[in-house]
Write a protein that binds this ligand. Structure first.
Ligand SMILES: Nc1nc2c(ncn2[C@@H]2O[C@H](COP(=O)(O)OP(=O)(O)O)[C@@H](O)[C@H]2O)c(=O)[nH]1
Ligand SMILES: [Mg+2]
Length: 312
C-alpha cells in the first residue's frame, strides 16, 4: 500500500518538513567530521552542543556520547558513516518503544479525549483522525467540548462535515462536561464506534482548565466503562522544549495515554520528538506535517529517523 512505501508523498513531505532540523544538525555534523579526528575531545564537545541545540536534550547527548566513546575504544568508530549509524541506531532505540499506533476495537464505544494547549492543533487533529476513521468505514461522532469560543465549534463543524461525522454541541460558554455527557448518550444510542472529544486549552486559567478536564474525564468514566479509553495530548513540535513541559504538566494533572506531535513540517526543533520519547515514554500515536486531512499519519520510528538523519 502507498502508506507503507518510503518513497510516498508523506515521507517526502516529512523529510522536507524536517529539513531545517536536519541542516542545523546532520550537515553540521558532516562538516565537523571533515578533517577532524573522530575521537578528539573537541569533537565530543562540539557534538554535545550540536545535539542539545537540536532539542535532543542533555540526557540523550550524554548517553549517545558515552556510547560513541565505548565504540571508539573498540575501534568501531573510525569513519563518518559509522558515526551516523551509531546515531541512527541509538535514536531508533529511544523511539521504537513509542511506536505504538492506536488500536481501536471494532465494536463497543471507544472514546478519545483530546487535550492540549491552545493552538497546538487539537481541533485539526480531531478532524484528520475522524476523516481517517471514516475512510476505514468506522462510525465516528465529535463532541465540541471547547465551549469557550463559538469559532472553535464552527471549526469542528467544518471538519465534521468533511469527514461525514455528526457533532454534538451546546451554546457558547456552556458547561463542557454537559456537552460530553450528551455526546456519550447520543453515541451509545446510535451505536457509534468512536467518539472524539475536543476540549479547550486556554492556559491562563491553568488550574481551572485542569479541573475542567478532570471533570470531563469523571463524567466519561461514569457513563462508559473505561472511558476515556484514550487521553490524547496534542503537542506543537515548533515550540520545542515547551512541548516537553506541557507533556509533563498534562500527564501529571490528568494522565495521558498517547501523544500527537504536530507541525513537523518546517521546524528546526524536530529533535524534540526524541527528547519527549526518552523522557515521557508514552506512545506517539500520530504525527502531523501540515494542515490538510492527509497530513496526519501514525508515527513510525524508522521512517522518522530516516527523515531526520538522511541527507540524500
Ligand atoms: N503547518 C501545520 N499546521 C498545523 C498542523 N496541525 C495544525 N495546524 C494549524 O495550527 C493552527 C491551530 O490548530 P487548531 O486545531 O485550531 O489548534 P487547537 O487550538 O489546539 O484546537 C491551525 O491554523 C491549524 O491549521 C500541522 O501539522 N502543520
Ligand atoms: Mg481547537
Amino acid at each position: 500500500m502507498a502508506e507503507n512505501n518510503k518513497k510516498n508523498g508523506f515521507f517526502s513531505k516529512l523529510k522536507q518538513g524536517l529539513s531545517k532540523t536536519r541542516t542545523s544538525f546532520a550537515r553540521n555534523l558532516e562538516e565537523m567530521l571533515v578533517g577532524e579526528r573522530l575521537i578528539s575531545r573537541e569533537f565530543y564537545d562540539d557534538l554535545e552542543e550540536l545535539l542539545i541545540s537540536a532539542d535532543l536534550g542533555p540526557a540523550f547527548a550524554v548517553e549517545l556520547i558515552e556510547e560513541m566513546k565505548a565504540r571508539a575504544k573498540r575501534k568501531e568508530l573510525d569513519n563518518p558513516d559509522a558515526l551516523m549509524r551509531v546515531m541512527k541506531e541509538y535514536m531508533l532505540s529511544i523511539l521504537e518503544p513509542c511506536d505504538a499506533p492506536l488500536q481501536i476495537p471494532g465494536k463497543d464505544l471507544f472514546t478519545i479525549m483530546v487535550v492540549g494547549v491552545n493552538g497546538t492543533g487539537k481541533t485539526t487533529t480531531i478532524g484528520k483522525i475522524a476523516s481517517r476513521l471514516r475512510r476505514d468505514g468506522r462510525s465516528v461522532m465529535l463532541a465540541a467540548a471547547d465551549t469557550f469560543r463559538a469559532a472553535a465549534v464552527e471549526q469542528l463543524e467544518i471538519w465534521g462535515k468533511r469527514a461525514d461525522a455528526p457533532i454534538i454541541k451546546h451554546a457558547e460558554g456552556s458547561d463542557p462536561s454537559a456537552v460530553v455527557f450528551d455526546a456519550l448518550r447520543a453515541a451509545k444510542s446510535r451505536g457509534t464506534n468512536i467518539l472524539l472529544v475536543d476540549t479547550a486549552g486556554r492556559l491562563h486559567t491553568k488550574a481551572n482548565l485542569m479541573e475542567e478536564l478532570k471533570k470531563i474525564k469523571r463524567v466519561m468514566g461514569r457513563e462508559v466503562t473505561g472511558a476515556p479509553h484514550e487521553t490524547l495530548l496534542v503537542l506543537d513540535a515548533v515550540t520545542g522544549q515547551n512541548a516537553l513541559l506541557q507533556a509533563k504538566m498534562f500527564n501529571e494533572k490528568i494522565g495521558i495515554t498517547g501523544l500527537v506531535l504536530t507541525k513537523l513540517d518546517g521546524t528546526a526543533k524536530g529533535g524534540i520528538v526524541v527528547r519527549i520519547a526518552s523522557e515521557m515514554k508514552l506512545p506517539i500515536r500520530y504525527i502531523g506535517i501540515g494542515e490538510k486531512e492527509e497530513d496526519l499519519r501514525p508515527f513510525n520510528s524508522a521512517e522518522f529517523v530516516e527523515a531526520l538523519l538522511s541527507s540524500e
